[in-house]
Ligand binder design. Structure first.
Ligand code: UFG
Length: 329
């Protein structure tokens, strides 16, 4: 029996990955403080309520569960908040990950999957971006995650840690059978907010800038379905179990979609008009962020299969309706 301990398994990406781990035969145990995670998203294993900043509780959980692999999702993810409260990000994201590295080393667990991000790159110099692209993050969120990548590499060299650091581009969509989906409080992400604009008369969807140097003037992002992310994590866990070396992987599709195209796709799937206004650019938004996923394809054998914009928006819309309590789900 193979066991995976999942910090942050009550969050958006973490919960979808738990579902996939369980489907692939893993015994899943979630470690989450429910600060921004949700109890009802923990459906594929035991929940240990605990904080990664509580080193004694973290060590006790690792000692009891004796995981083959630890998958670390627990982190704060708002760029704007990280600019206003960097301490919060360095404490939760950087110190929290350090606590995990130390706890794994003490317990003799040598395999770890880490939720990294495209935000570790900063301004793109080329598109699509390979993993070897310069990493020069432009906000504390990106820096808080990049430091973890550097720590993991040092722990790999010194202590033999084997890790898969997975740099997500734009995680999106919801589980196709509708059991879990994206729920953030507050919500800042474009697809749930566009869905909100179509669902509610009292919410006005705003496009943050339409004067970028892109095909329609709005920002281009590489949206990857959260179920595809789940399969990538399961593939990464297998890779580590088979002796795979420490490595960094982009998780994206290689295709970009503009904000206007997202808004049009929501209109199409909902059958409702999506009124939109154009506002100023959001600070720190690069015009284009698109992944090269060649390494994940080659090394992990992973190809996204559910990440067409139609599929992403269809599942996100169904979930948004269900989570807002609309009849019929
Ligand atoms: N956008 C709008 N209107 C909105 C919300 C977003 O136009 O109401 C635009 C943004 O300006 C951006 C695009 O939609 O151009 C996507 O924005 P999201 O906030 O959905 O996603 P980001 O690309 O900003 O953020 C994602 C992850 C972050 C991560 C970041 C950088 O959610 O955690 O990528 O990799 F830090």
């Amino acid at each position: 029996m193979k066991t995976i301990l999942v910090t942050g398994g009550a969050g958006y990406v973490g919960s979808h990955c738990c579902k996939e781990f369980a489907a692939q035969g893993w015994t899943v145990v979630v470690y989450d403080n429910l600060y921004r995670g949700w109890r009802d998203m923990v459906r594929w294993g035991e929940l240990i309520e605990g904080d990664i900043l509580d080193t004694a509780a973290l060590q006790a959980a690792i000692a009891r569960v004796k995981p083959d692999v630890l998958a670390h999702f627990a982190a704060l993810t708002y760029v704007g908040e990280s600019v206003e409260q960097p301490g919060l990000y360095y404490r939760n994201n950087t110190l929290g990950a350090f606590n995990i590295l130390e706890a794994l080393r003490t317990a003799g667990v040598d395999k770890m999957i880490f939720s990294s991000t495209a935000a570790t790159y900063g301004e793109p110099l080329e598109s699509p971006m390979p993993e070897t692209h310069r990493q020069l993050p432009i906000n504390p969120y990106g820096r808080s995650k990049l430091m973890v990548e550097r720590m993991m590499a040092d722990y790999a060299d010194a202590y033999g840690l084997r890790f898969a650091s997975l740099r997500y581009f734009n995680a999106a969509g919801a589980s196709p059978d509708g059991d879990i989906g994206e729920r953030h409080e507050p919500e800042t992400h474009v697809i749930p907010l566009a869905a909100r604009g179509a669902l509610r008369d009292d919410y006005q969807f705003t496009i943050f800038g339409d004067d970028f140097d892109t095909r329609d003037g709005t920002c281009v992002r590489d949206y990857v379905h959260v179920s595809d992310l789940g399969r990538a994590h399961a593939a990464a866990a297998d890779y580590l179990m088979k002796g795979g070396a420490a490595q960094f992987f982009n998780l994206g599709t290689g295709e970009g979609t503009t904000v206007k195209e997202i808004a049009d796709a929501i209109e199409k799937v909902s059958g409702k008009p999506l009124p939109r206004t154009v506002g100023p650019r959001r600070a720190g938004d690069p015009a284009v962020l698109v992944a090269s996923n060649a390494r994940a394809q080659e090394v992990l054998g992973w190809t996204p299969t559910q990440s067409s914009i139609d599929e992403i928006v269809r599942t996100a819309w169904a979930w948004a309706r269900k989570d807002a309590g609309c009849a019929g789900g």
